[in-house]
Design a protein around this ligand. Structure first.
Ligand SMILES: Nc1ncnc2c1ncn2[C@@H]1O[C@H](COP(=O)(O)OP(=O)(O)OP(=O)(O)O)[C@@H](O)[C@H]1O
Ligand SMILES: [Mg+2]
Length: 1004
């Protein structure tokens, strides 16, 4: 029998608010069944062919009931009904014939999986429409010999644990067990499979399931888009023949809403020592491996092992993938350029999935045979048990199987009506006889809190009404509304409703934010106030009925909450995100901005877990500029996480991937802690711990251009960190040398060309480094510097411990046997990047450091006020020096640009000269080289003076204990600064003049 290929549909959604704010462009286009994606960086395209390509991006309108339909006159837009007709109807037809069917949605978070599967409001998705249509068809059955039975189950897989979403009460921490039997394959032991008599009952169960899912995800915020939801509809047709024997035709319809695909391969790619630790993404990554293996098999590859057993999800989907099922996959796509990478990976995934071949068979067998088989199986189990002698584990398993069989037999003995009645009673017990609609009525007339979740599907699901009087929120079972989660206290908030006014007051120590601002005392709540309890529990306050307007809550989604909280935390953004506007640079900075924003709640949760588990570790997100390491100052920015141990002051830098991976582990740890488990003590599995590592502190860029004119460099450079803050000042000397290693006089070379073909050597030395903040903050720390020159191995200094002022004693010689044009180009275009790295946990060397001494001296003297005054003057002077250094840097840049202009002019002149075949040599290069040399020399003098000033400052700060000396030093400092200023303007003027002269000559 030929196999059934997995059918694949792709669907592209409209832009979401984030993408609109950013001015994103659409990179997906569709024509017939083919889908094309455009790379926003270079415009290249890739085309994929699928069974269906659904355009739901634009060309739609909203009818009066909020349903999206194709815009009149257009057939481009695919609405929910059409998706059902193409895919859902086929699933139903298969079910009637007795085939198993499966439909699963794949795609990144927010791409539209749940929209297609479940739907939103009036835009119902495949699952509800399929159920509705199934019952519509059932109702037309008039055959009294045919009984049609539908039952419903709903589960969630999170962190490899299965949770029954139809069970309201607390479930075992380890979740439900997956078992296997020869007939059914893998199944979830103890999962509720609720008999239902109409669509309304399914709707109620789905609602209940969603509430349970939301509660769990609010308790531990991040679970929503990382959990998988599986809904199974079991459809049995029991047909009695004339002889009174019955035949059962059955079909399992599995509907799977998968977790966001972006997490599929984050584990392992992080380079983290705790590689295998987390189970959160195991199901998703195994699903990818299973699909790849099945695609390989379909492609004719032999001996391929399909790793179904490696995850809970793939065990449960074994029949759906490569087994007895007719399967459909919907790949949900974001249209936006910012999601290009993830969308392309979804398309590739879908392309592999379409190759999979299944072998669906009709599930039909006489009911009596089923009972007979169960009885035989029971007898066999009893015999095996009777023999005994086996291992204790074995006999336990036999007994369990026996119990399970008996339960199934008893179940078969019951009539369908009995089962329906039991389910009805069970529902009433679970809901205390309260009619849900009755509950609903309350929020229609009372102010209430409604939950806001990262997953839109789970937002607005919970509504906590605020009756007149007092309402409390907290972990305690005595609170009116029990909320759990990070940073939630036993009693957290007290809300009072006077009938016209609602106020909220934090219980002592409780962390509550209202509209992004920390709540310190009782405050009145306004309609649509945004509330955050603890670290991740978000609610929107909906006020009195008179204040409400239709759809006014819509604007306040998860993104709004996050942006508002970030803004109040000092992250410099307004609620409008940056615009992309076609430019690649803007696109990159927008992606970076979003990454940063998405990380903030994760960071705050990690900090809260650290606090609750008493780990003493603090996390902060930062933007790293790789240009700080790059000699050509290229490279994009990226988000990094600085991790600080607040007790030891040790610091680590984690990549975003590593942090997210560790965050998964932290969550797991926290869940275990919440469940009362004792936590592992070892460092080997501790997500908060890492061995000490060296930290990049800052770098400086030294242009090598002057070296190509044989002019030495001897300057003080400021090393800046990722934030552009000063980390230290370093003196760097680069001297050209002759063959014998002696310093080369700079008069012999007029222009770089003269170096060609000759040997050229130079020496880089770093004699001193001052004001090292890293070590001044903590004397147990050390620093070293390193650089790379001409793609050679990095050169690294020794580590100096515990000193704010240090000599690395680093000298490095570069020998170029024969100068090439390439070498000259290198010098002219590259910078030497000297990086300063911090070491930690090294030997504590100094006993009483210099700063302590000076501190003691001042404290011991009588003239407190006077010394403070002197100190502040010194500080001001330091600031002045800093400004001067900056000016100097700017001027250097100015001159460099001028030089570039000149070069251009020069080339034009050269060409003119050649044309005129003139013999007159204007000697522009020589003039220019001379001018530049003079300039560099002047700058060197200025630098020397600045360093002298710094020496004075150092002297007055460190060496002197009497105020008279300090004043003298200050006086000198002032005088020197004056000289520096006039010298600087002088040197720039003279260079400008030289340049102007040269230009004049050039024009002649
Ligand atoms: N075809 C569509 N038409 C209109 N809106 C859509 C469509 N698809 C998705 N959306 C909207 O996009 C948002 C995100 O969609 P959805 O919740 O389905 O994503 P998801 O893939 O399930 O995400 P998650 O992985 O977080 O569960 C929702 O607000 C939804 O209404
Ligand atoms: Mg979803």
């Amino acid at each position: 029998m030929p196999g059934d290929s997995v059918k694949v549909a792709v669907r592209v959604r409209p832009f979401n608010q984030r993408e609109k704010n950013a001015g994103s462009s659409c990179i997906i286009s569709m024509s017939g069944d083919s889908t094309t994606i455009k790379n926003p960086e270079n415009g290249s395209t890739k085309m994929f062919a699928f069974d269906y390509s659904y355009w739901s991006h634009d060309s739609f309108q909203e009818n009066g009931e909020g349903v999206f339909t194709p815009r009149s006159g257009s057939t481009k837009y695919t609405d929910q009904r059409r998706v059902f007709q193409d895919l859902g109807q086929g699933v139903l037809d298969n079910a009637w014939q007795g085939y198993n069917a499966a439909l699963f949605a794949y795609g990144q978070t927010g791409s539209g999986k749940s929209y297609s599967m479940i739907g939103y409001g009036p835009n119902k998705g495949i699952v509800p429409i399929t159920c509705e249509e199934l019952f519509k068809a059932i109702e037309t059955n008039k055959d009294s010999q045919k009984q049609l039975q539908v039952s419903f189950s709903m589960l969630e897989i999170y962190n490899e644990k299965v949770k029954d979403l139809l069970v309201k009460s607390k479930q075992a921490t380890e979740g439900l067990k997956i078992r296997q039997n020869p007939q059914a394959g893998f199944y979830v032991d103890g999962l509720r499979n609720v008999p239902v008599r109409n669509y309304k009952e399914i709707e109620k169960l789905m609602e209940q399931g969603t509430v349970n899912r939301t509660t769990a995800s609010t308790n531990m915020n991040a679970t929503s888009s990382r959990s998988h939801m599986v809904i199974t509809i079991r459809f049995n047709q029991v047909i009695r023949n004339a002889g009174g024997e019955s035949n059962t035709r059955s079909s399992d319809i599995n509907l799977v809403d998968l977790a966001g695909s972006e997490r599929a391969d984050s584990t392992g790619a992080t380079g983290d020592r705790l590689k295998e630790g987390s189970a959160i993404n195991q199901s998703l990554s195994t699903l990818g491996n299973v699909i790849s293996a099945l695609a390989d098999i379909a492609g004719g590859k032999k001996n391929v092992l399909v790793p179904y057993r490696n995850s809970v999800l793939t065990k449960l989907l074994q029949t759906a993938l490569g087994g007895n099922s007719r399967t459909i996959m919907i790949a949900a796509l974001s249209p936006a350029d910012i999601n290009y990478d993830e969308t392309l990976s979804t398309l590739r995934y879908a392309d592999r999935a379409k190759k999979i071949q299944n072998k669906a068979v009709v599930n039909e067998s006489p009911t009596d045979r089923l009972i007979r088989e169960l009885k035989e199986e029971n007898a066999r189990l009893m015999a095996a048990l009777g023999k005994g002698g086996g291992k204790a584990d074995d006999s336990e398993e036999l007994q369990r199987l026996l119990r399970e069989n008996e339960r199934r037999m008893a179940d078969m003995d019951k009539t369908w009506e009995q089962k329906l009645e039991e389910a009805r009673r069970e529902w009433e017990r679970g809901h205390g006889g309260v009619d849900h609609e009755e509950e609903q009525a309350e929020w229609r007339r009372l102010p209430y809190f409604t939950n806001v979740n990262e997953d839109t599907q789970l937002s607005g699901v919970i509504k906590h009404c605020l009756r007149v009087g007092e309402t409390t929120f907290g972990k305690s079972s005595t609170a009116t509304y029990i909320i759990r989660g990070l940073g939630i206290q036993e009693q957290h908030a007290i809300i009072k409703n006077s009938g016209s006014k609602v106020t909220m007051e934090p219980v002592k120590g409780a962390k509550i934010y209202v509209n992004g601002i920390k709540l310190k005392a009782k405050q009145e709540l306004c309609h649509l106030s945004r509330i955050k309890f603890g670290s991740s529990c978000l609610f929107l306050y909906v006020g009195q009925v008179s204040e409400r307007k239709a759809n006014d809550e819509k604007e306040y989604d998860y993104d709004y909450f996050m942006a508002e909280l970030a803004e109040h935390r000092g992250v410099a953004i307004d609620l409008q995100t940056p615009k992309i506007n076609e430019s690649m640079e803007n696109l990159k900075s927008y992606v970076l901005f979003q990454e940063f924003m998405d990380l903030l709640p994760q960071i705050s949760e990690a900090n809260a877990i650290s606090l609750e588990l008493n780990k003493g570790v603090k996390f902060e997100a930062e933007i790293k500029t790789p240009a700080s390491h790059d000699a050509l100052q290229h490279g994009g920015k990226e988000v990094i996480i600085q991790v600080t141990n607040e007790k030891t002051k040790k610091v680590w830098i984690w990549s975003k991937e590593k942090f997210l991976h560790r965050k998964d582990l932290m969550e797991e740890l926290y869940c275990r802690y919440m469940d009362g488990e004792s936590l592992p003590m070892g460092r080997d599995t501790d997500p908060f711990w890492d061995p000490v590592e060296d930290i990049f502190l800052g770098s400086c860029h030294i242009m090598l251009q002057s070296l190509s004119y044989c002019v030495e460099i001897d300057e003080h450079f400021t090393l800046h960190n990722y934030h552009g803050k000063e980390e230290a000042v370093m003196r760097v000397k680069i001297f050209p040398l002759n063959d014998k290693g002696e310093y080369l006089g700079d008069e012999s070379i007029v222009e770089p060309r003269e170096l060609l073909g000759k040997p050229f050597n130079f020496e880089i030395s770093i004699p001193e480094c001052m004001g090292v903040r890293w070590c001044s903050e903590d004397r147990s720390r050390g620093v070293y510097c390193k650089f790379t020159i001409i793609s050679k191995e990095p050169v690294k200094s020794q580590t100096v411990w515990g000193k704010g002022y240090c000599d690395f004693g680093l000298k490095h010689r570069v020998r170029e046997k024969k100068v090439t044009q390439e070498f000259i180009n290198y010098l002219q275009t590259h910078s030497l990047v000297v990086e300063l790295w911090g070491s930690q946990g090294g030997p504590y060397q100094s006993t009483l450091n210099e700063e302590d001494q000076i501190h003691q001296t001042f404290n011991g003297s009588n003239g407190h006020a006077q010394s403070d005054d002197v100190f502040s003057q010194l500080k001001n002077k330091d600031l002045e020096i800093e400004h001067l250094t900056k000016d100097l840097d700017a001027m250097k840049k100015d001159n460099f640009n001028l030089k570039k202009k000149l070069d251009k002019q020069q080339t034009q002149i050269d060409m003119k000269k050649q044309r005129r075949a003139s013999t007159t040599d204007v000697g522009l290069d020589a003039d220019l080289a001379q001018a530049l040399r003079l300039f560099f020399k002047d700058v060197k003098t200025v630098q020397g003076q600045i360093s002298e000033i710094k020496e004075y400052a150092k002297m007055s700060q460190h060496g002197s204990s009497d105020n008279g000396n300090i004043k003298k030093a200050l006086g000198k400092q002032e005088q020197k600064l004056h000289e520096v200023e006039s010298k600087l303007s002088g040197c720039v003027d003279s260079l400008k003049e030289s340049v102007a002269n040269t230009l004049r000559k050039a024009k002649r």
